[in-house]
Design a protein around this ligand. Structure first.
Ligand code: GLN
Length: 465
């Protein structure tokens, strides 16, 4: 009830697309009975959680923040959602996002932008001259609603999706722990796809140990998702006395990217020094193909989007245009009316990259570059580096008015410079809050590990915490 009350009090954040109040109260009551009988289903019994609106939820509207799916009610729940429900966790609602998870600000959805809860906290407000309703900072994205839900204390954990940074980016800007697990560790069944070869469900919480508990529960092989892989060991319990003495921490030199703010850079060096002072070996390393990651991601993303979006034709799911002079015309206007310009732009680009005469030049080349990027990480980890320490974002959260300016939009792909290579390579990464900026907004740093070393990554994150 207190979470539901907070949802009402924080409506201005626009974190939720749907609030499942009745269901939440019913589930909470059932959990209360179990707890009073001393028979909880597990550590998450009765714990409120929120789910990004691109995960299917049985009998609950799932919109992807798109007009195309504004009335879509799935007949089944995503595997990861079902696992949380089976544990007795209480679903508070479905969270706001960029349309079909395309974006880094949660400013591009059909239901309007998400506001970062830190816009309304004392340290930021005291320094900002603007009125709270005219200038507020973005939540990051595309899982901005999930991050805002956890940061504003209306849920204790939330599911996001991470294709190029969409869980870590809002996690960093909202001051949360945000995990992008190894590709395949968590089932994608029921997660409406953006880029199937890079999508993973992400976890947003307020502490590393919470993330470990949730990861332990969600991780599983799933017959519904043939890309799932078994976990090497239990992921739920982190060692209590993790020692960084024998740890080798790599600092990729290419991540000193243009646009990196002085404050984020200072935090990055500060935490690297902290490792060094505690006996870890901190080494500069090189990931030479980093500079190609954004374009490589872009080509692969658009190509997969072009193929994924073909299902939204006005016949099978969602919105259907009234224009019915021909089937082609109906397809065309359905998509024109149903998708925003970001989605339509990617469908067009993707189909262009996949044209017979372009396929080798763009798509096949991007696949090769993808291998080179993945190999950069492999070489570094094979040389004895345990984890990489990097920033998560270039700066702290931007004011909405800056972020949405036309000339900033073209630059916005650059925002994902630290996060996208991780998805391209399928590796695990965690972003965690380490400081507040002078403006009073959270700064996050990222740890990247070798595939399936999610537990070790969280252990290092907990050490920083
Ligand atoms: N910002 C990236 C994009 O727009 C990543 C999005 C994501 O991770 N879902 O594609």
């Amino acid at each position: 009830r207190s979470c539901l009350n907070r949802i009402k009090k924080t409506q201005h954040l626009n974190a939720y697309i749907s609030v499942t109040e009745e269901l939440a109260l019913k589930q909470a009551q059932e959990a209360e009975t179990r707890l009073s009988q001393g028979a909880p289903k597990g550590p998450l019994d009765g714990i409120p959680f929120a789910v990004k609106d691109n995960f299917c939820t049985k009998n609950i509207r799932t919109t992807c923040a798109s007009r195309m799916l504004k009335d879509y009610i799935p007949p089944y729940s995503a595997t990861v959602v079902q696992k949380l429900l089976d544990q007795g966790a209480v679903l508070m609602g479905k969270t706001n996002m960029d349309e079909f998870a395309m974006g880094s600000g949660s400013t591009d959805g059909f239901y309007g932008p998400v506001r970062n809860p830190w816009s309304y906290t004392a340290p930021y407000r005291e320094q900002s001259s603007a009125a709270p309703d005219s200038d507020w900072v973005i939540s990051g994205g595309s899982s901005g609603g999930s991050a805002a839900a956890v940061a504003s204390l209306t849920s204790y954990l939330a599911l996001g999706s991470d294709t190029g940074g969409s869980t870590r980016n809002p996690g960093a800007l909202c001051g949360l722990v945000a995990l992008k697990p190894t590709y395949g560790l968590l089932s994608r069944h029921g997660l409406i796809p953006l880029v199937n070869s890079m999508d993973v469900p992400g976890i947003l919480t307020r502490s590393v140990s919470d993330t470990a508990i949730v990861l332990g529960i969600l991780q599983d092989l799933d017959v519904q998702d043939s890309t799932t892989i078994p976990a090497p060991a239990s992921l739920a319990d982190l060692p209590v006395d993790f020692n960084v003495k024998n740890l080798c921490v790599g600092i990729p030199k290419e991540y000193h990217a243009p646009g990196l703010s002085e404050e984020v850079l200072a935090q990055w060096s500060h935490v690297a020094d902290m490792f060094e002072r505690s006996g870890a070996r901190v080494e500069q390393v090189s990931l030479p193909h980093t500079q190609y990651s954004i374009v490589c991601y872009h080509v692969l993303c658009c190509a997969e989007v072009a193929s994924n979006m073909a299902r939204f034709d006005g016949l099978e799911y969602g919105h259907r245009s009234e224009v019915d002079s021909s089937t082609e015309a109906m397809y065309g206007s359905t998509r024109h009316e149903g998708f925003n310009d970001v989605v339509r732009g990617r469908i067009l680009s993707g189909n262009y990259f996949l044209l017979k005469q372009n396929y080798h030049h763009y798509f096949v080349k991007a696949q090769k570059v993808r291998r080179l990027i993945a190999n950069d990480f492999k070489v570094v980890f094979d040389s004895g580096v345990d984890v990489l320490l990097t920033p998560t974002t270039l700066t702290d959260a931007s004011p909405y008015s800056d972020f949405t300016q036309e000339d900033n939009r073209t630059r916005s792909a650059q925002e994902d410079v630290f996060t996208q290579p991780v998805n391209v390579a399928g590796l695990p990464a965690v972003s965690m809050p380490t400081a507040l900026s002078r403006q009073g907004l959270p700064i996050g740093l990222q740890l990247i590990g070798p595939a399936l070393q999610d537990r070790k990554l969280l252990s290092v994150a907990q050490w920083i915490e």
